[in-house]
Design a protein around this ligand. Structure first.
Ligand SMILES: *Cc1c(COP(=O)(O)O)cnc(C)c1O
Length: 377
């Protein structure tokens, strides 16, 4: 049967592919009687740290909490400025704000869409405390450059890796050139649990200990507290994540394979396709193209029963709900960020996407592009 529709996510297919292992893992937790901060979380943290090549991993309730609690643990708060980007999920800046600090936005690089490292220096003031690069869509930011600037100015670096678990840079690993890496395990991320989850990985043992306290009401030992929060990764989620962690590399390979097929099938269109710098391993959390009349293409695909979404059509500094107190500001102009916001479209991209679905999607885009060319002329 021919393909007639393409969804945006492969969550249920992924569950079906791993059903025996996942059902068993869930069953074992239910029978164990331990549901909070037990052996599954401890083992997942060990396995995650090993995979990421870091000394420590600390499971928390979400990627947002991973960022926020890391800022708190590192002493980033009121009076401090944190440099980041505006073309990211809202939570990146939200977590800076929640910690009491001030987000300062710099533009994105026109090719990679990650932080434009040439713009960081002009954003630095005497109040700057940290840089938060985001590995957008699954592509690592230019960490060597970020780390160089951070060292020269005595700044902390916290990587927002919510979208890029498994990614690598050119001769550098995520986690190697920073103080901490924040991950999200909400279902739609490349490593997702059935709900919310997150983690911080780091080589800083003191930071890991602080985070273990902060996530559990300031307590490492029963009945002894300082002020913290309740942000724990559940045993059920950890057990599921342990099953899925083993598959992340294979899934990344499939995502890259899909990406190169899209690249080949869309090469002749006037669309801007994702860029990967030499030596980088993109994990294509999202496959994002850019074009004029994005809304028209999105609507056309919807009419063909293909779901394409936008990440992110309203940059953070364009959000009406963003608070501009505390000296929060944009540095220079955010031209690339604003252009991207108006032009981005994310195509269906998940390991379980089939070849016919991908081809159906690419053909639909081609036929839109052709009729659109005619219309424009
Ligand atoms: C998903 C995401 C977050 C937040 O993670 P949650 O687990 O949803 O709280 C933060 N930053 C980026 C870039 C994300 O994509």
């Amino acid at each position: 049967m021919g393909v007639t529709k393409v969804g945006f996510y492969g969550h249920v297919r992924q569950y079906h592919n791993l059903r025996a292992d996942i059902d068993q893992a869930i069953h074992d937790v239910l029978e164990s009687g331990t549901y909070v901060l037990g052996p599954q979380v401890a083992k997942f943290e060990e396995e995650l740290a090993r995979d990421m090549g870091t000394k420590e991993a600390v499971g928390v309730n979400s990627g947002t909490d991973a960022l926020w609690l890391t800022f708190v643990a590192l002493g980033i708060g009121p009076g401090d400025e944190v440099i980041t980007v505006s073309n990211t999920f809202f939570a990146t800046a939200e977590a800076i704000w929640l910690a009491g600090a001030t987000p300062v936005f710099v533009d994105s690089d026109p090719k990679t869409r990650n932080i434009d490292v040439a713009k960081i220096n002009m954003a630095i003031t005497s109040r700057t405390k940290a840089i938060v690069p985001v590995h957008l869509y699954g592509l690592a930011a230019d960490m060597p450059a970020v780390a160089r600037i951070a060292r020269a100015n005595n700044l902390l670096v916290i990587e927002d890796c919510a979208q890029a678990v498994g990614a690598r840079g050119d001769h550098f690993a995520i986690g190697e050139l920073s103080d901490a890496v924040c991950l999200s395990f909400i279902i739609q991320k490349n490593l997702g649990c059935f709900g919310d989850g997150g983690a911080v990985v780091t080589n800083n043992r003191d930071l890991a200990t602080s985070l273990r306290k902060l996530r559990n009401h300031g307590s490492l030992k029963r009945s002894y507290h300082s002020i913290g929060y309740n942000s724990r990764l559940d045993e059920l989620h950890a057990a599921v994540l342990r099953v899925k962690l083993k598959h992340v590399d294979a899934w990344s390979e499939l995502r890259r394979k899909h990406a190169s097929e899209y690249n080949a099938l869309l090469a002749n269109s006037r669309l801007i396709l994702p860029y990967t710098p030499p030596g980088y391993e993109h994990v294509y959390h999202l496959y994002v193209i850019e074009c004029d009349d994005r809304d028209d293409l999105q609507a056309y695909l919807a009419s063909r029963d293909i779901v394409a979404l936008t990440h992110y059509p309203i940059a953070i500094h364009q959000q009406e709900g963003f608070p501009w107190g505390r000296g929060a500001r944009v540095v220079d102009s955010l031209t690339v960020t604003e252009q991207s916001a108006a032009r981005v479209l994310s195509l269906p991209m998940y390991p379980e996407l089939t070849r016919p679905e991908l081809q159906y999607t690419a053909e639909a885009i081609q036929s839109w592009a052709e009729s659109h060319d005619t219309m424009v002329r």
